[in-house]
Design a protein around this ligand. Structure first.
Ligand code: 5GP
Length: 120
């Protein structure tokens, strides 16, 4: 599957759609989810055109990979959720329930997050 340059997060990265930024650096942008599932729900995305974590881990530079994971740590620090605990999640493809085809790590916190997976 080829990367769709018109997906919503690509448009956010181009500044075509506003976002509430939590953290930004050369390789990464983190912003509040528009439909939060927890008191803290932030999306951490690479600025490069990667669809999913498997695509990113295969093709991204070491600097991009380091930046993404360091950004998760920054978001946890900036939102104040480290001590109480939090969760990160990256959905991938149809079975993973991925809706936006640009890699994003969800960071959740601010309440008890419940079981790891819903029973379906
Ligand atoms: P996925 O299901 O792909 O893992 O997660 C996509 C996430 O993107 C959802 O939590 C959804 O609320 C969020 N989202 C979709 N469109 C927008 C948008 O335009 N702005 C922001 N900030 N979040 C969005």
């Amino acid at each position: 599957m080829t990367y769709d340059p018109n997906n919503i997060f690509a448009r956010i990265l181009r500044g075509e759609i506003p976002n509430k930024t939590v953290y930004e650096d050369e390789h990464t942008l983190a912003f509040h989810d528009i439909n939060p599932q927890a008191p803290v729900h932030v999306l951490v995305i690479p600025k490069g055109a990667y669809q999913s974590m498997d695509d990113f881990s295969a093709k991204a530079s070491d600097a991009e990979i380091a930046a993404l994971f360091r950004a998760v740590g920054k978001v946890v620090e900036l939102t104040g959720i480290a001590d109480a605990g939090w969760r990160m999640l990256a959905n991938s493809g149809a079975n993973g329930g991925q809706e936006v085809p640009h890699l994003h790590i969800h960071v959740f916190g601010g309440r008890r997050l419940g079981p790891m997976l819903a029973r379906v």
